[in-house]
Design a protein around this ligand. Structure first.
Ligand SMILES: [Fe+2]
Ligand SMILES: [Fe+2]
Ligand SMILES: [Fe+2]
Length: 403
C-alpha cells in the first residue's frame, strides 16, 4: 500500500470506537454478548473507587474492551466459561491478544493489561507472576472479568448478591488483590451497581461512564485499528483470509481514481476493512460449509450486513458515512439486496463502490465449492448484475478502469 500521510485528528472518539468494536468481538460464536463492555463498566468503577491515577483509569477502560480480543483468533472456540477455566487457554488468548494489540497505536500499558488479565494474585496464573509484579490495571480487569462471567445476569435477588459476595471473598489473596476485593465489595453494597448491570445490553449505562478526557484519534490510527480487525474478520474462515484487506485496497484505488480527496478515500478504505465485521456473528459451520447452503443458513449469513451497520453506528461520527458504506454493501439499486431492501437513490455511489469491490473480491477468491475466477470472468458477472439493475453502469465502468 502507498504511504499515506493524513495525520490530523478526526472526530472519532477512541472510547466509542473500542466499545463498538467490542460488540463484534463478543458476538463471536459462543461468546457472551456485551461481556467486554460489562467488564469495562465493572473495572472502571473499581478503578474509580481505588483512586488510581487518571492514566491507569483510562487504560483500564480501553483495555477492558479488548481484553479477550485474542479469543477471536484462536482455532478453539469454546464457551467463555470453558476458555476461562483452562490455564492453557487463558494463556493462549492473553498472549494472542497482546500480540494483536501491542502493534496498535495505544498506550503500552493497554497491551500489558491484556497480557496479564488472567494472572492470579498468589502467582498461580498462566505466567506465574504475583502481587505487585502484576500491573494494577491487569489486576482490576481480572476481577471485573471474573465477576461478569460468574454473575447470573439480570438476577438482583439477595440470594445472588450473597452468592457473588462469598465467591469474591473466597478468592481474596488467592486470585485477587485484597484491596481490589474490598473496593468491589463496597461497590456491591450499592443498588446502583447491580441495577446498572441488570440492564440488558448496557448501552444507556455505558454511555454515562466514559473517561473525563475524550481521546480523538487520527485517520492513520483509525486505519491501523480497522486493519487489525480486518485480519480477525478474515481469519475467521480459511476461505476469506485476504477478503477484507483485498477489498479495502480496491475501494481505496477506486475512490482515488474517481477523484475523492485523501481523507474520504481513507475513510472508504476503512469501510472496506470493516464491511464484514458482522460476520463474526455467523457460525463457522455455515461459513465453511462445503456444499450449497440451505435457505435458513443463507438467512443467517445475511444477518452479517445488519450487524455491521448496527455495530459501526455506535460510533457517532461513523453514522453518516463509514457505517452506511460498510453496512449497505449487499444492497442493490433494484431493491433486490439486503438487509434493508434499499432502492435507487437510497444507495449512494460510495455504497455501490464497496458493493462492487466486494463481489469482485469474492469472485476472484477460492471458495469451499469452487476455485477463484480470473479477472475477466469476474467482471462479466458483475456486468450482468449491472444489466439486471443492481449497480449503476457508470460506477461499474469507473471501477473497471481503476483496478
Ligand atoms: Fe480472558
Ligand atoms: Fe473476559
Ligand atoms: Fe458481506
Amino acid at each position: 500500500m502507498n504511504i499515506k500521510c493524513v495525520n490530523s485528528k478526526i472526530e472519532v472518539r477512541l472510547d466509542e470506537l473500542l466499545s463498538s468494536l467490542s460488540i463484534a468481538l463478543d458476538l463471536t460464536e459462543n461468546k457472551s454478548l456485551d461481556h467486554s463492555r460489562r467488564t469495562a463498566y465493572i473495572s472502571y468503577r473499581i478503578a474509580e473507587k481505588l483512586n488510581v491515577n487518571q492514566d491507569i483509569k483510562e487504560n483500564v477502560y480501553y483495555a477492558s474492551f479488548l481484553h479477550d480480543i485474542g479469543i477471536s483468533n484462536m482455532p478453539y472456540q469454546g464457551s467463555l466459561e470453558e476458555i476461562h477455566s483452562s490455564l492453557n487457554l487463558k494463556k493462549a488468548h492473553s498472549d494472542m491478544g497482546y500480540k494483536i494489540v501491542k502493534n496498535l497505536p495505544f498506550d503500552e500499558d493497554i497491551s500489558k493489561y491484556i497480557l496479564y488479565h488472567h494472572e492470579n494474585y498468589d502467582g498461580s496464573g498462566p505466567n506465574f507472576i504475583a502481587r505487585d509484579d502484576i500491573p494494577i490495571g491487569a489486576q482490576i480487569i481480572s476481577i471485573g472479568d471474573y465477576f461478569d462471567i460468574a454473575h447470573k445476569r439480570g438476577d438482583i435477588s439477595n440470594k445472588e448478591k450473597e452468592r457473588m459476595r462469598e465467591l469474591i471473598k473466597s478468592n481474596k489473596n488467592k486470585k485477587f488483590n485484597p484491596e481490589i476485593v474490598e473496593a468491589l465489595l463496597e461497590l456491591m453494597e450499592t443498588d446502583k451497581f447491580w441495577l446498572d448491570l441488570s440492564i440488558n445490553l448496557n448501552y444507556e449505562v455505558m454511555n454515562l461512564i466514559t473517561p473525563e478526557k475524550v481521546k480523538l484519534i487520527t485517520i492513520d490510527e483509525l486505519g491501523q485499528i480497522a486493519k487489525a480487525f480486518s485480519v480477525i474478520i478474515d481469519g475467521k474462515s480459511k476461505f476469506t483470509h485476504l477478503h477484507s484487506t483485498g477489498l479495502a485496497n480496491n475501494v481505496y484505488k477506486v475512490a482515488k481514481y474517481i477523484g475523492f480527496d485523501e481523507q474520504k478515500s481513507r475513510k472508504m478504505e476503512i469501510a472496506g476493512y470493516l464491511h464484514d465485521i458482522g460476520k463474526l456473528a455467523v457460525p463457522n459451520y455455515i461459513l465453511d460449509k462445503p456444499g450449497k447452503l440451505t435457505v435458513e443458513e443463507f438467512n443467517i449469513i445475511k444477518t452479517h450486513a445488519y450487524w455491521t451497520k448496527l455495530i459501526l453506528s455506535q460510533v457517532k461520527s461513523f453514522r453518516d458515512d463509514i457505517a452506511q458504506w460498510a453496512g449497505n454493501h449487499h444492497e442493490k439499486l433494484n431493491g433486490q439486496g439486503y438487509p434493508e431492501k434499499l432502492k435507487g437513490d437510497e444507495i449512494t455511489k460510495e455504497d455501490q463502490i464497496v458493493g462492487i469491490c466486494d463481489i469482485y473480491q469474492a469472485l476472484t477468491e477460492d471458495r469451499p465449492y469452487r476455485k477463484g475466477m480470473d479477472k475477466l470472468t469476474a467482471l462479466s458477472i458483475i456486468k450482468d448484475i449491472v444489466y439486471s439493475g443492481g449497480f449503476d453502469e457508470k460506477i461499474y465502468k469507473l471501477f473497471k478502469e481503476a483496478i
